[in-house]
Design a protein around this ligand. Structure first.
Ligand SMILES: Cc1cc2nc3c(=O)[nH]c(=O)nc-3n(C[C@H](O)[C@H](O)[C@H](O)COP(=O)(O)OP(=O)(O)OC[C@H]3O[C@@H](n4cnc5c(N)ncnc54)[C@H](O)[C@@H]3O)c2cc1C
Length: 360
């Protein structure tokens, strides 16, 4: 039997951040199914540092996004993680969308997220490929190298004495207080005894919570987001984020520059967990959905990209659109960690660190 104070399930951005925030006097183990960190949602996303404009007032998403965004910029600067605070345009293409921009303005004034109003003429000069009637510019948004970020978190955790066990899958709980859990480590079944159990298993976290808490109230339903690469479309490499006004299940298919001068278009919001896709059939759908603001985009400009899964949380069958971070005795879980989970990850980890101090 392996013994530890803290056992963390899941080596994505959130699990690695939690691992770094465990109080120093406690020993800690992180288990991760995959052969390395961050191979699920944490590496299949837009790599955008969000400013915190989309989520309801007092929601955990708003709170952790705003704190996490500042922390993340500082962390990137302090650890030489490539990033660029390039800013983001949210654009309207008609009167109805301008009304949505006006709602965004009131929300940002209330949340104290800085923005500038931009007229269509100025936008035409700045982004000639975009068709818009009005726009807002958010200077705090940016992009970063999320893989490097996770690598730094992993290195720092190891320096603090953490054990990271890859190819190790949480199977089930065998005993409580202290926790004894069954883990498949490569081909072997082992047991780990821990005082505190933390579930940051991303899309699988709801199932794990049902097992640990002996319930069936938590469910993640998946909404996939697909991306295309964009080629031979811009006269100069895209330097800024370009978003339409937000949609119901996602932020709208947007243009994101990466740090190498490439651009991607996506994600859409499709209620499915299928990681296969007929990219040729999807092209006209993307072109149709973005034609209102990218009228010149052609099928030959799009190349197949990748797919990320958003775990949408339902509790007792009801949609729970915020993050859910709860302690049940000495069990902590993080459920519904969809966007802006990457931006919020340092703040979520710090909150988990404070919760561990209270529990122990
Ligand atoms: C399409 C898309 C675009 C996004 N864009 C952005 C963005 O631009 N900016 C932003 O801030 N956020 C974005 N997000 C959200 C962000 O990517 C996620 O919220 C964040 O990566 C979640 O991190 P996580 O650690 O909770 O989950 P994950 O990265 O999924 O990590 C969970 C880990 O748990 C492991 N695991 C699962 N079950 C077990 C088990 N039984 N035993 C051991 N390990 C287990 C998994 O293998 C996985 O590695 C986006 C998400 C999607 C899907």
């Amino acid at each position: 039997m392996i013994e530890t104070d803290i056992l963390i399930i899941g080596g994505g951005a959130v699990g690695l951040s939690c691992l770094n925030q465990v109080p120093p006097h406690l020993n800690r183990i992180l288990i991760e199914i995959n052969p390395s960190f961050g191979q699920e949602a944490s590496s299949r996303n837009s790599e955008v540092i969000h400013s915190g404009i989309y989520y309801p007032h007092r929601s955990l998403k708003t709170e952790h996004c705003k704190i996490g965004r500042n922390e993340l910029y500082r962390f990137c600067q302090g650890n030489r993680i490539p990033h660029r605070q390039c800013g983001k345009y949210v654009i309207a293409t008609n009167q109805k969308e301008e009304e949505k921009l006006a709602e965004l303005v009131s929300h940002c004034e209330y949340e104290i997220v800085p923005f500038q109003r931009v007229g269509s003429d100025w936008l035409k000069r700045k982004l000639p490929f975009v068709k818009a009637t009005a726009a807002l510019f958010f200077p705090l948004s940016g992009v970063f190298d999320s893989h490097r970020y996770l690598q730094v978190l992993e290195n720092k955790a190891r320096e603090k004495g953490a054990v990271l066990s890859y190819r190790s899958e949480f199977i089930r709980v065998l005993d409580r207080d202290p926790w004894v859990v069954e883990v498949r480590e490569r081909e072997q079944i082992i047991q780990i005894r821990a005082k505190v159990l933390i579930n940051s298993a991303g899309g699988k976290a709801a199932k794990i919570s049902n097992n640990v808490l002996n319930t069936d109230v938590y469910e993640h339903r998946f909404c996939r987001g697909r991306y295309f690469g964009v080629k031979s479309f811009f006269q100069e490499p895209l330097q800024v984020l370009v978003y339409p006004v937000p949609e119901k299940d996602g932020l709208g298919i947007h243009l994101t520059p990466d740090l190498k001068g490439n651009a991607r278009l996506g994600p859409d919001a499709d209620w499915s967990s299928d990681l296969d896709c007929n990219w040729d059939e999807l092209k006209p759908v993307f072109l149709n959905q973005t034609a209102k603001y990218l009228p010149e985009l052609k099928p030959e400009n799009l190349s197949p990209g990748f797919i990320g899964l958003r775990p949408k949380l339902f509790v007792r069958g009801e949609a729970h659109s915020d993050f859910l971070l709860e302690a049940h005795g000495k069990y902590l879980h993080l459920l519904g960690i969809e966007s802006p989970g990457l931006t919020a990850s340092l703040s979520l980890g710090a909150e988990v660190g404070r919760m561990i101090e209270k529990i122990m």
